[in-house]
Design a protein around this ligand. Structure first.
Ligand code: MG
Length: 462
């Protein structure tokens, strides 16, 4: 039974994700761990998170483990505390940017990285056989609360950036916490960095009354209006568990995640000559271009932060990240980190003495188009077989690290099955929007044709 997706378990609360189910999963985790170092438990700001987290703690204690509850924190802050507290594992109750009805679980290994897929597979096998252990009173583990997780994390970030240089610029920032977990750390961090700051949606509320917690352009209307209205330098927004940060420039323009990824990738290879940068195959070509031009090398991985971070560890990469604003700074920790991203962007602007809009002007200019097309899950393997075969027959050399990526002189397209839905995602990128749209249309047509052929004599697209 597959429970874990690309980023842990994510389910609708009260359907599959009930307290008994969470207890079953946590019991399976407890059985896999040796008795010894503590297990850290932390959670996001969702309405069901404290109850589910306490259920996790209880099951771990029944397994004889010592639990340290670090409480409500951003995901990267919990990851940081797993290593800082010398724990053998972290369990995070979070559904990241999903709508309010969701919640989920995610496991962090002792090194602070998301656990490898093999650990999740072992848990999935054990859940089916889960039973409540017959633990005598004296063998039940203990739990303690650690209230210093937020401070420890903020200090950790401050020790890795040039805080005096940032403070000198006296940035005027509008911070949109989106009613999520960043509210407990990012305002403190920005104040310590000398920013003049106004927060939007700065109180925790699991119903996300400000806007849905995915930091898309459409969801950040208030931030885009507020930044120019207040004459601020820039706006920063996090997703629900704050492992991502996205930006709005002084004119209220939304900066796509791939722009910041490219900016900081170029900066990383300037600071670490010859360094390796890791991105998933879905990332913009602009990253490869600036990394190569800077004398670094770019390594593509499969999609999903657990794979990106493991690849970064193996390659001793100097930087990595995803085009959605989830950036990873290995000098701090191998985790997507929204607050660290905010601090690094401010540091970059402070050092270079430019505005956010100016800093992006000389980056390669590409347009990334994202589309999706329905495809039944049971047809997926056959569809990709057909797509690969057709692509090779057409004389292309498709890249098959994750899905099918076809690179052409004018741009590229990526066809990739969704990890959670009966969809195939189609990404396309080119220097101009019309070419990118045309590539995306080609991709969509190929998928539709493959699905129609497999269903037997469906209508032929031209
Ligand atoms: Mg997230």
């Amino acid at each position: 039974m597959r429970l874990f997706g690309t980023n842990g378990i994510r389910e609708v609360v009260g359907e599959r994700l009930t307290a008994p189910f969470v207890s079953q999963v946590a019991s399976a985790i407890a059985r896999r761990l040796p008795n010894g170092p503590a297990v850290v438990v932390g959670w996001d700001g969702r309405t069901s998170s404290p109850a589910l987290a306490r259920t996790v703690s209880g099951a771990l204690m029944m397994g004889g483990h010592r639990v340290i509850e670090v409480g409500l924190l951003p995901t990267p802050a919990i990851q940081y505390n797993v290593t800082a507290l010398g724990a053998q594992l972290g369990v995070i109750v979070t559904a990241s940017h999903n709508p309010p009805e969701f919640n989920g679980l995610k496991c962090i290994a002792a090194d602070g990285l998301e656990v490898p897929r093999e650990f999740e597979e072992a848990i999935e096998q054990d859940v089916a056989a889960a039973r409540v252990p017959d633990t005598p009173f004296h063998a039940v583990g203990e739990a303690r609360t650690d209230a210093h997780g937020a401070d420890r994390y903020v200090h950790g970030i401050l020790s890795k950036v040039d805080a005096p240089a940032i403070a000198k610029r006296r940035f005027h920032v509008v911070l949109d916490c989106g009613n999520g977990a960043s509210a407990v750390t990012s305002p403190t961090l920005l104040r310590r960095l000398g920013c003049r700051m106004i927060t939007l949606n700065g109180h925790i509320d699991g119903m996300f009354p400000g806007h849905l917690s995915e930091p898309t352009e459409a969801n950040l209307t208030d931030l885009r209006r507020t930044v120019p209205a207040l004459g601020a330098d820039l706006g920063i927004a996090h997703d629900g568990d704050a492992d991502r940060a996205v930006f709005v420039d002084a004119n209220g323009r939304y900066v796509p995640g791939e722009k910041i990824l490219t900016l900081l990738a170029r900066d990383a290879v300037r600071r670490h000559p010859g360094g390796v940068v890791v991105t998933p195959v879905s990332a913009s070509l602009s990253v490869e271009e600036v990394v190569r031009a800077g004398g670094g090398s770019l390594v593509y991985s499969r999609v999903g932060s657990p794979v990106v971070t493991r690849e970064m560890l193996a390659r001793k990469a100097v930087f990595g990240g995803e085009e959605n604003g989830g950036l990873i700074f290995p000098e701090f920790q191998l985790a997507r980190d929204g607050a660290m991203t905010a601090a690094r962007v401010l540091e970059y602007l402070a050092r270079s003495g430019v505005s956010l809009a100016e800093s992006l002007q000389d980056l390669p200019s590409y347009t990334l188009v994202k589309q999706k097309v329905e495809c039944p899950v049971d047809l997926r393997v056959a569809v990709f077989g057909k797509l690969t075969e057709a692509s090779r027959a057409a004389g292309e050399s498709p890249i098959t690290i994750d899905g099918l990526k076809i690179v052409r002189p004018e741009g590229w397209m990526l066809l990739r099955p969704s990890g959670t839905e009966p969809l195939i995602r189609v990404f396309a990128e080119a220097h101009d929007e019309a070419t990118a749209e045309a590539l995306a249309r080609t991709g969509l047509e190929r998928v539709r044709q493959a699905v129609a052929d497999l269903r037997g004599g469906g209508a032929r697209t031209p």
